[in-house]
Design a protein around this ligand. Structure first.
Ligand SMILES: *Cc1c(COP(=O)(O)O)cnc(C)c1O
Length: 417
């Protein structure tokens, strides 16, 4: 079965004709097939260019914030057609500083999605705001604009949409709400580097666009983040807050221009990006479109291969949008598959395929229950997705054989187990 299946779909995959069956499987009693090596979920595709760039930084002795960070900022800004870009050391830092610079004050409410990583919520809390959740649309898995309207109060200050899995939120509806109610928009673009909505690039439409370059993200620097904004004052303030609140260009104080005194003008944070990280980012960014095409091909391959299985597949991208294909999430409903989501996760791991969960809905976590009184069933769409979802590997590092191994493992579990 393995070989037949592999051959059939390998022809489709990336439009190439390959006759070799995937080689990483060995016959495995009862459960069919198992890879010899573990396929790491979200492994970045690192090449020699990044490695050499980091080595060059190490040899030069300039490891910290420096000229490579400035170059990465300007190249990222150009890629996104943005006005200003400020690099920081994580997506969480990008969110936190954007919130502070938006003028979030204690008691201000920020409306966001329950289907996100905890960092989105924590950043709101750290900025002194109060997170308010509006449930997602069950098909797009993005925040539902109508439910945002229901949650607006006199204390609402901003909307924090997350372009889930790389699918753009309904930005026309969000912009309309923000204009009518005078709200800021801070876009969580951690999944959405390549995302576009009606020709507008994700992260350039809101007041702030926050990106992450964490290892599993579409551009990976290990840890790293970026803020995009249209306002110069906002960019300058973020830059200052990201480096202890020291006046502009303090990072140059040890350069060959001669020592410069800095002035602390704000109580800032230690959120600056290092040249070691930017050096990786510069080369990752050069391959961002190539890697996007690879993930798109894997996405289409999975969609094709899984069309006959009793699982729910991600919806096709909406017209006039560009999906970043950051995650491929299936929904495993026990009533239809005969297997629970958690048993499915374990069965994939047993077959040496790394999987992820994006995400258990935010109200499932004890801290938020205790602090805000949230209950999962009050956000039923996010709850149902969170309890059934499985993310399959879709990294550009996957080759034909790897993707075929994933397909075979899923088939094996759903059809033969
Ligand atoms: C990864 C991620 C973040 C946080 O980014 P870090 O760089 O890990 O701090 C925030 N929001 C979402 C939706 C993410 O996926």
């Amino acid at each position: 079965m393995r070989q037949k299946f592999g051959e059939k779909y390998i022809r489709y995959f990336m439009g190439e004709i390959m006759s070799l069956p995937a080689k990483n499987f060995q016959t495995f009693e009862k459960t069919g097939y198992i890879r010899n090596d573990f396929l790491v979920f979200g492994a970045p595709a690192i090449q020699e260019a990044e490695i050499n760039e980091v080595v060059a930084s190490m040899k030069s002795g300039w490891l910290g914030t420096g000229p490579k960070v400035a170059r990465f900022e300007s190249e990222f800004r150009d890629y996104k057609d943005a006005r200003y870009a400020v690099a920081v050391n994580s997506g969480t830092a990008a969110l936190h500083l954007s919130m502070l610079v938006s003028g979030v004050k204690p008691g201000d409410e920020i409306i966001t999605t329950p289907l996100t990583f905890s960092a989105t919520i924590n950043a709101i809390i750290h900025a002194g705001g109060t997170p308010v959740l509006a449930d997602v649309d069950p098909v797009t898995m993005n925040i539902d604009p109508e439910r945002i309207e229901d949650k607006i109060t006199s204390r609402t200050r901003a909307i924090l949409p997350v372009h889930f899995a790389g699918r753009p939120c309904d930005m026309d509806a969000l912009s309309d709400i923000s204009k009518r109610h005078g709200l800021k928009i801070i876009e969580d673009c951690a999944h959405a580097i390549e995302t576009e909505y009606k020709g507008r690039k994700a992260g350039t439409e809101g007041d702030f666009g926050c990106f992450s370059f964490y290892v599993t993200k579409n551009v990976a620097t290990g840890e790293g983040g970026m803020v995009l904004t249209r306002k110069k004052e906002a960019a300058v303030r973020i830059k200052i807050l990201a480096l202890h609140g020291m006046s502009k260009d303090a990072w140059k104080r040890f350069s060959d221009d001669g020592y410069k005194h800095y002035r602390v003008v704000d109580c800032g944070f230690k959120y600056n990006m290092m040249d070691l990280q930017a050096g990786i980012g510069i080369h990752q960014l050069r391959r961002v479109e190539e890697n996007w095409k690879k993930r798109r091909d894997i996405w289409n391959f999975y969609k094709q291969c899984f069309s006959h299985l009793p699982i729910r597949l991600p919806a096709d991208p909406e017209p006039e949008t560009r999906h970043a294909y950051h995650l491929f999430t299936i929904l495993v409903n026990e009533l239809e598959t005969g297997i629970t989501r958690d048993a499915f996760l374990a069965a994939m791991t047993r077959r040496n395929i790394g999987v992820g969960v994006h995400y258990l809905s935010i109200p499932e976590h004890p801290y938020y229950q205790k602090t805000f009184g949230w209950r999962p069933k009050d956000y039923p769409n996010a709850m149902n997705i969170g309890r059934r979802t499985v993310s399959l590997p879709i990294s550009p590092k996957l080759n034909h054989d790897d993707a075929t191994d994933v397909v075979n493992a899923v088939e094996d579990i759903l059809i033969h187990d």
